[in-house]
Design a protein around this ligand. Structure first.
Ligand code: FRU
Length: 915
């Protein structure tokens, strides 16, 4: 990944450098100018040189000159070439107007600027025109000829190309001017097409017809020289006048007396380029530029003009060599610049490469160091782990050793207890209550015995000292017998027990005792975790050459993370509410593995679990056949079945105690312990506890802390917050003895704490204590109505106990009740039902609450309050006794007097007479 990134960086840099180099090497010309010459001759060569000279000083522009070689078709093709190849402007000297006008017209209309020069087109489809006044040239030529001939003589005219505009104009000017020279006559005019060859033949044939002609007027120098050659061949010597004065032909012909005169036809090539660039740059330009006409060139000035031309040529060549030197310099310069940029790019690339190499090196070094550190860390962790493992092993070993020792120590006394307990439990002369207690003892002694045996077996297994005593069995019959022993327990818990034994040969040799323990363990677990109305299924059969049995239930299921560890020793799925020692399943697995078998579990949370044991079929030969020992159903029931509580009636004179504990045995035992002095109600979890507390409003609650559904702390908090139960003392009863847990208990409002295992006498005395306390408090609340006459809303002042118990909830409840009674004081029909519903309680809840708080029933309390108010009014006002009786809600004054005397020992009249 990193190398790929590096490569991308480098390629990016190379591309950028390449682009820089390309852009440095190539100087882009902004303007491209196309020049289409109709012909190729000296006059046009001069013009082309001027064009190229001018372009030298315009580095922003380039020019391409094409010659049509006097062909209309070639010129049309040249113009199209410029238009189609992105030229910015086209400069044209049209060969013949009629033939070239359409293509110029279309190019111009397509948006390309066109400059027409020298020869013209039809119409005005162009951007600018540059040319000389050809008619004027014709006029000047006529005057010059007239001068030569002293106003008298004959002339032959050699015409240019028929369709080219200069030829037409030059003829017109000549003809018109000769009108004012009557002595001169044009003998003949013929088309020489601007060309030497055409003119030579033409002149020859004309001279053969007009040998005496005085002058030949040719529209250009080439045709003039041809006329001269033709005349010389015929030994004739007419005056010959040409036009153009191009140095190489016209001027030289004059200097060499080949012709007599020529008229300078201006080229002005540089001016064309200037006009074109002005058009392209949007600068001002002349749309029609008429060039000046200088005077004739003849023997008097031909020399000097040729010299001038030579020096111009020399200057031009110097300029050209200068330009080429500059170009060479620039080429060198650009090559060096290119080299410079290449070097820079190379250096940059090198730096980048170096950076990445160094970076990779540092990173690698860093990784290596981290790896080294991690390795060291791992090694030390490994060491630590090893140390911890050894220590853990040691701890486990010593724990097991300790368990074994303790188990050994416990086994003898336990056996000594078990026997008498079993006998006593079966005795016929026990009271129901004694019977229940004995059953509990018997059941738990059995559990303890089994636990001890498991621990000892486990230890033996760990030490490899557990023997397997294989005997031949009919496993189907054996398993059926074992499992059926659980039928009663299942029935008593409303659990459906399904037994499926395959009708197959299920004989194999097993250690009966151990496999029975396996079945017992799996079955008792399944029954323990399956709720009422659930089902437990035992199946047994053959799978190939193996025999299997499985126990499934539709209990809560086991979470995946727990499933993996379920066979680990001491592992408990529910550590908060453990239902066993945590070695049952690991011992089960050990027993199965001792038989060379395997045990697996499949489970889904919320659906149930299935434990499956697979045993290899082995046989140990005859003589060791099992006799299918019958299972002790009674023993299983004694251990697993719930001990049934004896039905009792609540008696009115005994306080009610609510016992909330998830352990059925504890509940039953407490009930037995306390039922002589109290009415005991049991609840199996916090939520049920709250329900019962609200329903029965007990005098005291004994509550376990750790329970399923709702724990004791939350349950206690609820009881203390609920108005109908807030006054009830709560005694927490728990196996947790940690101080913080006690603090948490007190914070939830608990009134006392007793740790398990508890001493029944201590428990009784704590209960009695709390109830006595409550009684004293009741007296204080009750007494307050006797003492306080004015303000009914407060109990007696200055009482230490009052401060202890009058919680905010009680105060608020009591104040509300008093306010309600006071507001209805005059209502003789005020009754407890109304008051209870206004207080948000049921009639009996209000009754128990008021009774618990004040020791009075609500009716007694209301009457006391009425009498107290009456006594206050009797002593502080002058109102009549009858008025006061009605005011405080008595239906008749007589009944009021009766009640008053019962309460205060005197009648209202006696009180008044005393005052
Ligand atoms: C050159 C030329 C000149 C003449 C001009 C007229 O091609 O023939 O000799 O003056 O063209 O357009």
């Amino acid at each position: 990944m990193k190398t790929r990134l590096t490569l991308i960086y480098i390629i990016g840099i190379i591309l950028t450098a390449g682009l820089i180099l390309v852009s440095c090497g190539e100087e882009k010309k902004e303007y491209r100018i196309g020049v289409s010459q109709c012909s190729n001759d000296d006059w046009r060569n001069k013009m082309n040189e001027e064009i190229e000279r001018e372009i030298l000083v315009h580095p922003e522009a380039s020019v391409e000159i094409r010659s049509a070689e006097d062909s209309n078709a070639k010129q049309i093709a040249d113009i199209r070439y410029f238009a189609n190849n992105g030229f910015d402007i086209i400069i044209v000297a049209p060969n013949e107007a009629d033939a070239i006008t359409p293509v110029i017209d279309s190019v111009y209309r397509s948006g390309i600027p066109v400059v027409v020069f020298d020869r013209n087109v039809n119409g005005h489809s162009y951007t600018a025109f540059q040319g000389a006044d050809n008619e004027k040239i014709g006029v000047l030529a006529a005057r010059y000829a007239s001068n030569l001939m002293r106003g008298k003589g004959s002339v032959l005219e050699l015409y240019g190309l028929k369709g080219s505009t200069p030829a037409i104009s030059r003829h017109e000017g000549f003809r018109k001017e000769l009108e004012s020279h009557p002595g001169i006559k044009i003998e003949a005019s013929a088309y020489g097409n601007w060309k030497y060859e055409d003119a030579l033949h033409l002149a020859d044939s004309l001279l053969s017809v007009y040998p005496d002609v005085d002058c030949i007027y040719a529209h250009n120098d080439r045709m003039a020289v041809a006329a001269s050659d033709a005349a010389r061949r015929r030994k004739l010597d007419p005056y010959i006048i040409g036009i153009d004065a191009a140095p190489e032909i016209g001027m030289k012909a004059v200097r060499d007396s080949v012709i007599d005169a020529t008229f300078l036809y201006p080229t002005e090539g540089h001016r064309l380029i200037k006009t074109a660039l002005a058009i392209l740059k949007g600068e001002p330009y002349d749309s029609v530029a008429k060039l000046p006409i200088p005077s004739a060139v003849d023997l008097s000035n031909a020399d000097i003009l040729l010299i001038q031309n030579e020096s111009l040529k020399e200057e031009t060549s110097k300029m050209k060599s200068l330009k080429s030197e500059i170009d060479q310099y620039w080429d060198r310069h650009s090559a060096q610049t290119t080299l410079f940029y290449v070097s820079i790019a190379f250096v940059v690339m090198l730096c980048v490469l170096l950076f990445f190499i160094l970076r990779a090196f540092w990173l690698r070094k860093g990784y290596q160091e981290t790896l080294l550190r991690k390795n060291e860390q791992l090694a030390s962790q490994h060491e630590e782990q090893k140390r911890l493992n050894t220590r853990l092993e040691e701890a486990t070993r010593s724990k097991l050793m300790f368990f074994t020792n303790v188990s050994h120590d416990l086994r003898t006394p336990l056996t000594l207890i078990a026997e008498p307990v079993e006998q006593l439990a079966g005795a016929g002369n026990l009271t129901p209550s004694q019977k229940t207690l004995m059953h509990i003892a018997d059941k738990n002694v059995r559990i303890l015995k089994r636990l001890l045996n498991q621990i000892l077996d486990f230890r033996a297994y760990e030490n490899g000292k557990l023997d397997v005593n294989l005997v031949e069995t009919d496993f189907g019959a054996l398993a059926k017998d074992w499992v059926e022993a659980f039928s009663n327990v299942a029935r008593s818990r409303d659990i459906k027990l399904d037994i499926k034994i395959e009708d197959a040969d299920l004989r194999l040799a097993v250690d009966e005792e151990k496999i029975e323990r396996v079945v017992y363990n799996l079955m008792s677990n399944a029954l323990k975790y399956t709720p009422a109305n659930g089902s437990v299924c035992f199946s047994c059969g053959r799978e190939g050459d193996k025999i299997f049995f499985s126990v499934c239930d539709n209990g809560p299921g086991i979470k995946e993370e727990d499933r993996k560890r379920i066979f680990d020793r001491f592992f408990q799925v529910d550590r908060v509410h453990p239902k066993g020692s945590g070695i049952g399943l690991s011992l089960t697995k050990a027993f199965v593995e001792l038989h060379g078998g395997e045990i697996n579990v499949e489970s889904e949370v919320g659906k149930g679990s299935e434990f499956k044991v697979i045993l290899p079929v082995v046989h140990v030969g005859v003589g060791t056949e099992s006799s299918v020992a019958g299972t002790d159903h009674a023993a299983i029931e004694a251990e697993l079945a719930d001990v049934e509580t004896q039905e009792r009636e609540f008696s009115e004179d005994k306080p009610v105690i609510l016992v909330i504990d998830d352990n059925e045995d504890i509940r039953v035992m407490l009930e037995e312990l306390l039922s002589d002095k109290y009415n005991v109600v049991g609840a199996s979890n916090g939520r049920e506890g709250i329900r019962y507390a609200t329903r029965y409003v007990p005098d005291l609650v004994v509550c376990d802390v750790m329970m399923p559904v709702m724990d004791g702390l939350e349950c206690c908090r609820n009881i203390k917050e609920e108005i109908s139960t807030s006054h009830i003392p709560v005694l927490m009863l728990t196996a947790c003895s940690m101080d913080e847990q006690k603090v948490a208990g007190y914070e939830s409002g608990a009134d006392g704490y007793i740790s398990k295992p508890f001493n029944s006498a201590v428990l009784r005395s704590r209960i009695e204590n709390l109830l006595e306390n409550r009684r004293r408090i009741k007296n204080i609340w009750g007494a307050s109505h006797d003492r306080s006459e004015g303000d009914l809303s407060k109990p007696a002042n200055g009482s230490a106990e009052r401060r202890i118990v009058s919680t905010d909830v009680e105060n608020e409840f009591y104040a509300r009740f008093l306010k309600l009674v006071e507001s209805r004081m005059g209502d003789a029909d005020m009754n407890v039902d109304q008051l209870a519903s206004e207080m948000g309680l049921g009639r009996s809840q209000l009754y128990r609450k008021i009774k618990a708080l004040t020791n009075y029933s609500p009716v007694e309390l209301i009457r006391n309050l009425r009498l107290k108010r009456a006594r206050h009014l009797l002593t502080t006002t002058d109102r009549s006794i009858s008025e006061i009786a009605y005011e405080v809600g008595f239906s008749t004054p007589a009944y009021f007097s009766k009640c008053y005397r019962e309460a205060y020992g005197e009648t209202p009249t006696e009180l008044r007479s005393r005052l």
